[in-house]
Ligand binder design. Structure first.
Ligand code: ADP
Ligand code: MG
Length: 322
């Protein structure tokens, strides 16, 4: 017998951390946490969609960030990538570096992570746990019927450009953490999982808005080799902007602010009625903000008076500091 039962929680070792906080039973895996690898059997004939995202303290979140929100967000950003591909999330792994053992932090993080995982039937099937500067790396795997995945390259001239929910809230939450609605968007983004699944049949191309509308729509345009026009006033935005009356900040958050994790997609005009019905069914706003046109990959954002608006492009972690 080991003495682990008598240790107080600040003396937890690596395996006790895993056992205590990250070992809920997997429902869809042949083997989950505890062996050298997890063992999965995908449903016959389905394609697997695989994604990973890192959150680093000091870069993606501040020291002292609420652990429950971090657990939620670390998984949410990955589920958002799966949704943007039209995939149904199934499994996730979690690689965690921690400066020390803090049971309260671990309990909060684990609760936030599992609350979202269980909502979508995602199994945590493995990971790694080590000492180091706090960083969180989640990988997620989803399933999608063959040929149905939503690629960035599928946009065609004549398509409408749509966006779910509201934009700009997360970026506003960075500048104005005291605005609760905006802070919630930043710290607890909602991955649009059901929408992604339903768009398989309806959209030509999709991406999730992680780096800002202009940058992310730019990725669709480049991969699809098409142009787009977007009407600025049509873009749905966080309601707090109405009372703020800060036009420049609003424009920057709505066009270039990251971290909203809404879905941005293109779809043929013929699908308008079905998309409107889908919005009502999912109780999630779907807004037509512009159109895809033939031409070189270029986004034009138009003001109400028809003049083009200048905007900041995409975000690049390695962009030279000016
Ligand atoms: P290995 O030595 O093979 O890397 P580990 O001792 O690191 O295995 O991990 C033991 C088991 O716990 C493995 O199944 C691994 O996938 C799982 N695991 C480790 N850390 C985590 C974590 N943070 N979340 C979920 N599972 C984890
Ligand atoms: Mg390991």
């Amino acid at each position: 017998m080991t003495d682990s039962g008598r240790k107080n929680s600040s003396q937890l070792g690596e395996f006790e951390i895993i056992q205590r906080y990250f070992s809920r039973p997997a429902k869809r895996a042949l083997i989950g946490v505890g062996d050298d690898c997890a063992l999965l059997r995908p449903d016959a004939g389905l394609d697997l969609a695989v994604t990973t995202d890192m959150l680093i303290e000091g870069r993606h979140f501040l020291p002292g960030a609420e652990p429950g929100a971090l657990g939620h967000k670390a998984l949410a950003v990955n589920l958002s990538d799966l949704a943007a591909m039209g995939a149904t999330p199934r499994w996730a792994t979690l690689a965690l570096a921690l400066p020390g053992v803090e049971p309260e932090w671990l309990a909060g993080f684990s609760a936030g992570f599992y609350a979202l995982a269980e909502r979508y039937g995602v199994d945590l099937i493995g990971g790694d746990t080590t000492r180091g500067p706090r960083s969180i790396c989640v990988a997620a795997i989803g399933e999608v019927p063959p040929g149905m995945a939503l690629e960035r390259s599928g946009a065609r001239p004549g398509d409408d450009v749509w966006v779910s929910g509201e934009l700009g809230g997360a970026a506003l939450g960075l500048v104005h953490p005291e605005i609760a609605e905006a802070a919630k968007r930043l710290h607890r983004p909602e991955p649009r999982v059901e929408l992604g699944e339903r768009l398989r049949r309806l959209a030509h191309a999709a991406i999730d808005v992680s780096d800002g509308l202009a940058g992310d729509l730019g990725h669709i345009l480049e991969r699809s080799q098409v142009a787009a026009r977007v009407e600025y006033e049509r873009i749905p935005r966080c309601a707090s902007f109405r009372t703020l009356k800060a036009d420049e900040l609003e424009k920057d958050c709505v066009l270039s602010g990251g971290d909203d994790y809404e879905l941005l997609f293109t779809a043929p005009r013929a699908h308008r009625p079905e998309l409107e019905a889908l919005a009502a069914e999912l109780k999630l706003a779907l807004t037509r903000i512009g159109a895809i046109e033939a031409g070189a990959a270029r986004l034009t954002v138009l003001a109400a008076d028809g003049r083009p608006i200048a905007y900041r492009g995409g975000f690049d972690h390695f962009e030279k500091q000016k």
